[in-house]
Design a protein around this ligand. Structure first.
Ligand code: PMP
Length: 426
């Protein structure tokens, strides 16, 4: 899957060496070394990314696309080079299809607003799934509310995969868009986006892929995926907050309405009329997050240096190890596919009937950062019959030892809460 040999051993990455690149990993929390297992929320940043931010501000801070001066030119060149880097990273044929946004959420909102309001009409349908993050659900709800369209959802099976058997009946000539997550931020499930793209296209619909949890962790080739739109965030892939990406072919971007009006996105302005700049700048009104985009380039270089196939192999190995270790604890109820090859490095679970926030608090006192809650996936939580889950999520710097520490800390949860084994573990 994704060009990765499933048998690749645990040393796909030199984790001990690369941990030295992440200053924050030297932190101590509550007297214990930090164990950061909240990477699905946001990743940590290597020194190269932090340095790129500092270098921009210290050496060539200037606004882009306008200045005739040296600094403005250097900033513009650096910003535009990252557009090319992003395109290469996702194997996009044309950097002019790379729109810098604030994050995944804004990228999806741009599509809902600038594409959706132009092409989705009353009675049309938007097909999402039950495992969508709110950011790939609420923008469609707002659109559907305003134009009179209808949202339909691909159900999630008991194994935590999409019920593909239902897709053909859910797709209809009224379907204009399929909007699905590539890798679930709760279940870790890797969805068959190529298959969904083919099914969508056969019905004349477009497909948007929420790549927030896939682009940082798997080799993603947008041409192989066959998606019309893909959205992802820099901050989950070792880059800074404040910048994300929407990718679509330039011809599709051309067919869209504009999103926000203002500086940079125009060609000519009179008092009562404006014409638009070429894509993708047409979608980048105002001053963008210049420093953050430039530092995203440093993050892409860093990931490229590791090799995305190695990143993926490392996460398969950690996920396999963690699923084995957590699965042997009777109080742990795991969610999502059992096969580590079918999922990314995200593991959600519950510990008997201890509230996930209590589990999180005990783990924090052991220096372990995980996330507890609904993970912005309330419909999925309803489907799982859980109000919340504990979520551990891995990245390049995580180790087997850290998984062992998580398992030990769960024993501490058991001691503190004196829990018995819940009988109804499915
Ligand atoms: N989709 C998925 C699958 C996510 O995991 C997230 C972040 N948790 C988002 C969308 C939203 O990302 P952002 O907050 O960076 O816009």
């Amino acid at each position: 899957m994704h060009g990765v040999d499933a048998t690749v051993a645990r040393d796909a990455l030199d984790v001990r060496a690369l941990r030295e690149d992440f200053p924050i990993l030297r932190r101590v929390v509550d007297g214990k070394p930090l164990i950061y297992l909240d990477n699905a929320a946001t990743s940590q940043k290597p020194r190269a990314v932090i340095d790129a931010l500092v270098r921009y501000y210290e050496e060539y801070n200037a606004n882009i696309h306008r200045g005739v001066h040296t600094l403005g030119q250097q900033a513009t060149d650096a910003y535009e080079q990252v557009r090319e880097k992003v395109a290469r990273f996702i194997h996009a044929p044309d950097p002019a299809g790379v729109v810098f946004t604030r994050n995944t959420t804004e990228a999806i909102n741009i599509v809902a607003s600038a594409w959706g309001r132009r092409y989705i009409r009353e009675g049309d349908e938007i097909l999402v799934s039950e495992m969508e993050h709110h950011s790939n659900l609420v923008p469609w709800q707002l659109l559907a509310r305003d134009v009179g369209a209808r949202i339909r959802a691909i159900p999630v099976t008991a194994e935590g995969t999409l019920d593909l058997s239902s897709v053909e009946t859910l797709l209809s000539p009224r379907t204009r868009l399929v909007a699905v997550v590539h890798v679930s931020n709760v279940l870790g499930t890797i969805n068959p986006v190529r298959r969904l793209a083919d099914l969508a296209h056969r019905q004349g619909a477009l497909i948007l892929v929420d790549g927030a949890q896939s682009v940082p962790h798997l080799p993603v080739d947008v041409q192989e995926v066959g998606c019309d739109f893909i959205a992802f965030s820099s901050h989950k892939m070792l880059g800074p907050t404040g910048v994300g990406v929407l990718y679509a072919s330039p011809s599709l971007l051309e067919q869209m309405d504009v999103y926000q009006g203002g500086g940079s996105m125009i060609r000519q302005v009179t008092l009562d009329h404006s014409t638009w700049a070429p894509v993708p700048t047409r979608f980048e009104a105002g001053t963008p997050s210049i420093a953050d985009a430039i530092a995203l380039g440093a993050a892409i270089d860093y990931l490229g240096g590791l090799g995305m196939a190695n990143v993926r192999a490392h996460e398969i190995d950690l996920t396999r190890y963690a699923l084995g270790a957590l699965g042997s604890i009777p109080e742990v109820r795991l969610y999502g596919p059992a096969d580590p090859l079918a999922r990314g490095g995200v593991i959600s679970f519950n510990f008997a009937d201890v509230h996930p926030h209590d589990v999180g608090t005990v783990l924090d006192s052991e220096g372990i950062a995980i996330r507890a809650g609904h993970h912005c996936c309330q419909p999925l939580m309803r489907r799982l019959g859980a109000a919340a889950t504990v979520r551990a999520s891995f990245y390049v710097y995580n180790t087997h030892k850290e998984v062992d520490a998580l398992v030990r800390a769960l024993a501490r949860v058991k001691e503190l809460f004196g829990v018995g084994v819940r009988c109804a573990l499915p």
